[in-house]
Design a protein around this ligand. Structure first.
Ligand code: NAP
Length: 546
């Protein structure tokens, strides 16, 4: 039996009232109505179907532009569309092949909302560069994107796939698969990290990608890491360009604009940097405990009040000079100064099996991938704040965790050390992981005790690596910025590098690498740029001290 649900007061309490009004306004502006079919079990039959129904009815209740039809699994329509997984959302299935398998909770609500909006405009709204790449695809692509509700990188990748399917409905289909509701399928594809993208059953992408890189990977049918735009497009003129949208970059943006500088931020991935995947932050003053992603949202909304942000865009070239010329995957910039706030990327163990099994049980993000390991056994490697935070998070969601640390004491905050003990998380001291094994997925790790030399193989379903970060200095090196022997950007007390007009801020500079220190570095760098570009009276020779 199918039934179309009428809009009603069902949206009551669905979202905060300010957000509700914003969503209503967005939906009312949609030029076309959006039809969504939900194939779900009978009321009371299963908890996921119930949740899916409540969620989509909530959206529907906001506007009559969203038209929902509920279908039961045995209905002819469900059979016609070959729906095998419950619940499944089908978006305008008469015109497109875009499905969501599972319930788009948490971060994934962004995917659901994004798809509804694209459908309302009947356009994938691609950038000029990615439209060109997509144009070249002339054979079918059946895409599967594995996502999770706690993965901040997933909505972008899911949306990339949905955009492709909207632009080429005759050739491209997409299934977005929530791993928590579809564990069996995730197991079958050995998709133990998110986001992961398969096209025609071939793995074409792991991790976040810009829209352009996604389209290129889809065209080439293998993961691409570099996108060079085919032609120059628009040029943006600005006083300051900030590369990186983590705490340092976002804070620099706020301070620069408030000082009076026209400023833009370019960020190749999602905003927030490492905090976006930190399960919980307990030392950001003003918040006793706040999920990393919630803190990012607050910070990003604040920054957006002031500064123009270009997300999903990668800087591919910086040419120093006056002005400095910058090329990204989408446009060109002309700027008086550049702050490199490129942050850091996780350090790898560098042992056999690690690369081969990345995404197959080897993970660098407990928040993103942890849910797939509920009820399973994993090792968390490392002895710093990250390793302990991740071990606690995993243990709290029901993963059986053992910490592996190469020394006989942690280098983490006492508070975390006590929590690990209180949660009875076992620790293998003086131990290193020397190899990771498994065929389709991780099954064993080789452990060596550094003191006794004893070697053992332990059975494990996963290895979470949390052994610190390495500064992201590729762009800095490419443009001739000096780095220290430890690999951090060399800078003076005003965050100036050796190249005039190029500054640095945040984890890329080294130091304590805390959220608040990154913010302080961003603040100082922005104020230095302001003073260097505008030469205010208090910087003039002979200015009165003060
Ligand atoms: P970290 O503080 O640099 O600690 C890295 C840990 O991994 C150390 O215990 C190190 O061992 C170990 N390690 C490094 N290379 C290894 C290898 N090849 N094999 C085995 N073990 C290895 O890194 P982090 O914990 O990721 O933290 C990074 C920064 O973020 C720090 O400044 C940290 O304070 C900050 N952070 C803060 C919080 C918080 O305040 N709650 C949370 C997360 C991160 P050794 O001790 O032997 O060197």
């Amino acid at each position: 039996m199918t039934k179309e649900h009428q809009s009603s007061s069902r949206s009551e309490g669905f979202v905060r009232s300010d957000l509700e009004n914003e969503l209503k306004a967005v939906f009312e502006r949609l030029p076309h109505p959006v039809s969504v079919y939900l194939v779900a079990g009978r009321a009371g039959e299963d908890v996921l179907s119930r949740a899916a129904r409540e969620l989509i009815r909530g959206f529907q209740g906001l506007s009559d532009r969203i038209r929902v039809t509920e279908v039961e699994p045995r209905d002819d329509l469900a059979r016609k569309w070959k729906v095998n997984s419950i619940p499944t959302f089908l978006f305008d299935p008469e015109h497109y092949s875009i499905r969501y398998l599972g319930v788009p909770f948490g971060e994934e609500a962004r995917t659901l909302l994004g798809i509804l909006i694209l459908l309302g405009y009947r356009s994938g709204n691609l950038t000029e560069q990615s439209a060109r790449v997509l144009q070249r695809i002339d054979t079918p692509r059946r895409i599967k994107v594995f996502v999770s509700a706690t993965c901040p990188y997933c909505p972008e990748q899911a949306m990339n796939a949905a955009r492709a399917a909207m632009e080429k409905p005759d050739l491209i289909s997409v299934e977005i698969i929530d791993i928590q509701s579809n564990q069996e399928m995730a197991n079958r594809y050995s998709a133990f990290s998110v986001p992961q993208v398969f096209a025609n059953e071939v793995l074409i992408a792991q991790g976040a990608q810009s829209e352009e890189l996604f389209m290129l990977s889809l065209e080439k049918m293998e993961q691409q890491t570099l996108f060079i735009p085919e032609s120059d497009s628009e040029e943006v003129e600005t006083d300051l360009l900030i590369v990186g949208g983590g705490p340092a970059g976002l804070t620099a943006g706020i301070y620069a604009v408030r000082s009076g500088l026209k400023t833009a931020i370019v960020e190749k991935g999602p905003l927030g940097g490492q905090i976006a995947t930190t399960p919980v932050v307990e030392n950001y003053p003003g918040f006793t405990r706040v999920p990393g992603k919630a803190l990012v949202d607050i910070l990003a909304s604040h920054a957006l009040e002031y500064v123009q942000i270009f997300p999903g865009e990668e800087v591919v070239e910086v040419r120093p000079g006056n002005p400095i010329r910058i090329r990204t995957t989408r446009r060109r910039f002309k700027a008086g100064a550049v702050i490199l706030a490129t942050g850091a990327t996780y350090r790898r163990l560098g042992v056999p099996g690690e690369m081969e099994l990345a995404g197959r049980g080897v993970s660098y993000c407990a928040t993103c991938d942890g849910t797939l390991f509920k009820g399973k056994k994993v090792l968390v490697v490392g002895g710093g704040n990250s390793a302990l935070t991740e071990a606690l998070y995993l243990s709290n969601i029901g993963v059986s965790v053992t910490l592996v640390h190469r020394r006989d004491a942690f280098r983490a905050q006492e508070h975390l050390v006590k929590n690990v003990a209180a949660n009875r998380i076992p620790v293998l001291w003086d131990t290193e992981v020397k190899e990771i094994r498994g065929r389709e997925q991780v099954t064993q790790a080789k452990l060596v005790n550094r003191k006794t030399g004893e070697t053992t193989w332990t059975d494990t379903d996963g290895v979470f690596v949390a052994i610190g970060y390495v500064p992201t200095v590729d762009l800095a090196r490419k443009l001739g910025v000096e780095v220290t022997p430890d690999g951090f950007i060399r800078h003076d007390a005003h965050h100036r590098t050796n190249i005039p007009g190029i500054y640095s801020a945040g984890d890329v500079e080294g130091g304590y690498k805390q959220i608040v220190t990154a913010m302080a570095q961003g603040t100082e760098a922005a104020l230095s740029v302001y003073e260097d570009l505008t030469h205010p009276y208090w910087k003039q020779e002979g200015a009165p001290p003060g």
